[in-house]
Design a protein around this ligand. Structure first.
Ligand code: NAD
Length: 507
């Protein structure tokens, strides 16, 4: 896709190939020959053209995936053999970390120092699911006296549709593709239209790893056309979706006609609560990283900061200093900490929220975007001071480097405020009182809670949210048992149990 000589730090040398669809083991144009432009968020120039898949292309991809599941070698392959492919994918990702990270940064504006780490983790997703499926994907047995043994087996679903967002594309795609393939399904991936590059790199890698044709397919295109067609397709057994809450609702509605299983990883407005007894140095590090890494385009970002009254003034002073020093710049520069937002539309949305904050009575404090990068979609790191939890900027997901800072006095009050929001994805609590740490962690309505910690991931944990942040969990054994497989029960009679003699003549 990108030659190594072209991966210099000089942006003018970076050339990205046009992107095709990957269907049945071939890179192909869209049926209608349609394409759309992929724009670079740092320069706002065209990176490349992308084949625009629509219903016909989705139909072809689903057909290929169905054939691969039903009649290809994948459906009948031994687990050990399948895992050889899965581990090969991980090795090939490792060999290409630099190239994939560069493509991801060019495509999304995420700083390269951060994409490098994400890509390495993406390889681990495949290794993890290879281990997890081999060691854990087994059923249970339920003996019934001397009459029966009932046992469960977990079978792949068939063709699964994966629909992903633009904010951490490769990482989130592999987070779905790895368990889907490891459990023996075949896949049609519909990546976000704003970040198509690394999905095709994944297709190249999977091609190179030698997976049978049709096992993995990529259809680029827009949500309303390609995405909807995938959701509506009767041969797609399940849709795993990560994206906005409103899109999730539409997908659930549209999947009803074909009664699909769905998994929903949606938006967030996560609280970070700092009590007056907390380790403020570490809490400061975690607050800044948790909000401004990944350009603030992070579903688990601590976008509502609750500060105890006693430490508020002092903490905000230190926070301001950090915010001013965050290095804003070219995402391809390894020293950049904050890059441009994904596109102009999103830039406008985030900027509008900052105006709304002013109208709502917040004091806005921001870092400074250097003049030389003004062509990019840069929103500086922003603090919305004196916010209250009822403001729109504290209730709605902004999905940029913008944090509402809210004061509190009592534990009860802060728990109420933290929960007074439609979302429930993540939460963070800082206190040195162990009892309070547990109490608050149990009381905050969120799928994932960290106490005295930043958002450190453990691949074994159930990842996901409650309320409007999602339905179901990814990660760990949850993905393989609760989503990508179907439990089936086999009842074996081992004795002569009673069978009613219905219709038999009485003697
Ligand atoms: P989005 O909902 O706009 O798009 C996500 C994907 O859905 C894209 O591929 C898009 O083309 C597709 N899509 C859009 N409309 C569709 C339709 N009608 N039918 C089928 N597919 C459709 O989200 P986004 O802007 O790409 O991503 C940002 C959002 O993702 C934020 O809300 C963020 O919080 C959320 N997110 C959640 C998690 C999580 O784990 N909970 C992780 C990352 C991002």
């Amino acid at each position: 896709m990108m030659k190594s000589t072209e991966m210099s730090k000089d942006r003018t040398n970076i050339k990205v190939d046009d992107v095709k669809l990957y269907i049945n083991g071939e890179f192909v144009n869209a049926h209608a020959q349609a394409t759309f432009e992929n724009i670079n968020p740092f320069t706002n120039e065209v990176n490349n053209l992308v084949a625009e898949g629509r219903e016909e292309d989705v139909n072809k991809a689903v057909y290929a995936a169905k054939q691969a599941f039903k009649s290809g070698p994948w459906g009948s392959m031994k687990m050990e053999e399948r895992m050889v492919y899965i581990n090969r994918i991980a090795d090939l990702i490792d060999e290409s970390v630099e190239e994939i990270a560069s493509l991801e940064s060019i495509d999304t504006g995420l700083p390269i120092a951060q994409t490098r780490k994400m890509i390495a983790r993406a390889a681990e997703n495949f290794r993890f699911y290879s281990r997890m499926v081999q060691s854990k994907l087994h059923g249970e047995s339920y003996p019934v006296d001397n009459e029966f043994i009932n046992y469960t087996i977990y079978k792949p679903l068939g063709v699964v549709g994966l629909i992903t967002p633009w904010n951490a594309p490769f990482m989130l795609e592999t987070w779905k593709v790895a368990p889907a393939l490891a459990t023996g399904n075949t896949v049609v991936l519909k990546p976000a239209e704003l970040s198509p590059l690394t999905a095709n790199k994944l297709a190249e890698i999977i091609d190179q790893a030698g997976l049978p044709k049709g096992v993995f397919n990529v259809v680029h295109g827009f949500g309303e056309t390609a995405g909807s067609a995938l959701v509506a397709h009767p041969d797609v057994e399940a849709i795993s979706f990560t994206g906005e809450t409103t899109t999730g609702k539409t997908i659930i509605k549209n999947s009803a006609d074909t009664l699909k299983k769905t998994s929903m990883e949606l938006g967030g407005k996560s609280p970070l609560i700092i009590f007056d007894d907390a380790d403020l140095d570490r809490a400061l590090d975690a607050t800044v990283w948790g909000m401004f890494s990944f350009n603030g385009e992070r579903c688990t970002a601590n976008s509502r900061l609750f500060l105890h009254k006693k430490i508020k003034t002092q903490f905000i002073e230190r926070l301001k200093e950090r915010v001013q020093n965050i290095k804003i710049g070219d995402p391809m520069d390894a020293s950049t900490q904050l890059g441009p937002l994904i596109d102009k539309g999103h830039f406008n949305k985030v900027s509008e929220y900052i105006e709304i904050a002013k109208q709502e009575g917040c004091e806005v404090f921001q870092g400074i975007v250097p003049d030389e990068v003004k062509a990019g979609n840069f929103v500086p790191p922003t603090l919305l001071l004196n916010a209250t939890n009822d403001m729109r900027v504290a209730q709605e997901e902004i999905f940029g480097p913008v944090m509402a800072v809210i004061e509190f006095e009592s534990e009860e009050e802060v728990i109420d405020a933290a929960n007074d929001v439609i979302y429930g994805l993540a939460g963070y609590v800082w206190t040195n009182d162990i009892k309070r740490g547990h109490r608050v962690a149990h009381a905050v309505e969120a799928g994932m809670l960290w106490v005295n910690a930043q958002n450190v991931r453990d691949l074994r944990i159930p990842f996901g949210g409650m309320k409007s942040s999602g339905i179901g969990r990814e990660g760990g054994h949850y993905a393989i048992f609760e989503f990508y497989t179907e439990p089936r029960v086999v009842h074996i009679a081992i004795g002569d149990h009673h069978i009613p003699q219905f219709g038999k003549k009485q003697q």
